[in-house]
Design a protein around this ligand. Structure first.
Ligand code: PGA
Length: 282
């Protein structure tokens, strides 16, 4: 729609509602309370409508519709490799995938915004179902030229004096590392906090500190990269990937199809050592 057409629709809508939907403060436009109510209602309605479409597709026994996934930030290193073959197998299924940190993903899970959630340890205190998918080891990374790069069995206590580049608060990786240091009575000196695994790797390569990240962030070509995994006692930290969904949720045919696909193939497709995949059949 053109901008004037949108303005016209909005004024018609305001007339219909009988209250202003927007207010202006200076040059900025804000939603009024009525505007916010309308926004929430439309969100709910779209959600209801998409559920209706999905139920009809389910009733027809069709493996088609939209799969709504939410994945923690670090999951982006393997999920696209899983989604490619899934889309090839089920061309009728469209996918939307939200990539967020753990804290924001749990908010979406609580709000029942998506079909399935891929995350580290499932959260406590929520009515959920979860299945473990595969390992997610967390490793200490340093620049390739670091003096400890050839050191063996580095005592974890030596990390207490080191500057770290770490993910933001709310990240699952950050929480797991903080817990490990706390339980060992070691201080964690976070010199630089960044909201992106890629930015962290660049900062570490540039010599700003060490980091702890999922091994999946480094990829198979780690040896050729500018980073090296340090041999620190107690590492890798053991962590796993899980698929999670609200216990009371009626999973659609599409979501159930993806769940079966994940169970059978995720380890192989994500590149970790797993058994050979079963035949690609529906
Ligand atoms: P993160 O989550 O990407 O928010 O750090 C990863 C995890 O929970 O292991």
């Amino acid at each position: 729609m053109t901008q004037p057409a949108v303005s016209k629709k909005v004024s018609l809508l305001q007339e219909e509602v009988g209250l202003a939907l927007f207010e202006y403060v200076g040059k900025r436009r804000h939603l009024t309370d009525a505007g916010r109510e309308l926004l929430t209602t439309c969100g709910d309605w779209l959600e209801t409508w998409s559920r209706f479409e999905q139920s009809i597709a389910d009733l027809k026994g069709l493996k088609q519709g939209r799969l709504r996934l939410a994945v923690v930030t670090t999951g982006k290193y393997f999920m696209p490799r899983v989604l490619g073959p899934f889309c090839d197998l089920y061309p009728g299924i469209d996918i939307s995938m939200q990539v967020l940190n753990r804290h924001r993903l749990i908010e979406r899970l609580t709000d029942n915004s998506d079909d399935l959630y891929i995350m580290g340890a499932p959260p406590d205190g929520l009515e959920i179902e979860s299945e473990r998918l595969m390992e997610n080891p967390l490793v200490v990374l340093a620049p390739a030229s670091h003096p400890w790069s050839n050191r063996r069995r580095i005592p974890i206590a030596d990390l207490a004096d080191v500057a770290f580049v770490m993910r933001e608060q709310g990240s699952g990786t950050r929480t797991a590392v903080e817990r490990e240091f706390r339980e060992r009575g070691l201080p964690l000196h976070v010199k630089l906090e960044l909201g992106s695994n890629e930015a962290i790797k660049q900062a570490v390569a540039a010599g700003l500190g060490l980091t702890v990240l999922s091994r999946s962030t480094v990829g198979p070509d780690a040896t050729q990269s500018e980073l090296v995994e340090l041999d620190v006692r107690g590492f890798p930290l053991r962590r796993s990937w899980y698929v999670v969904w609200p216990r009371s949720k009626q999973l659609s045919v599409v979501a159930r199809t993806f769940l079966v696909f994940l169970r059978e193939r995720v380890e192989f497709l994500a590149g970790s050592s797993g058994p050979s995949p079963p035949e690609l059949t529906r």
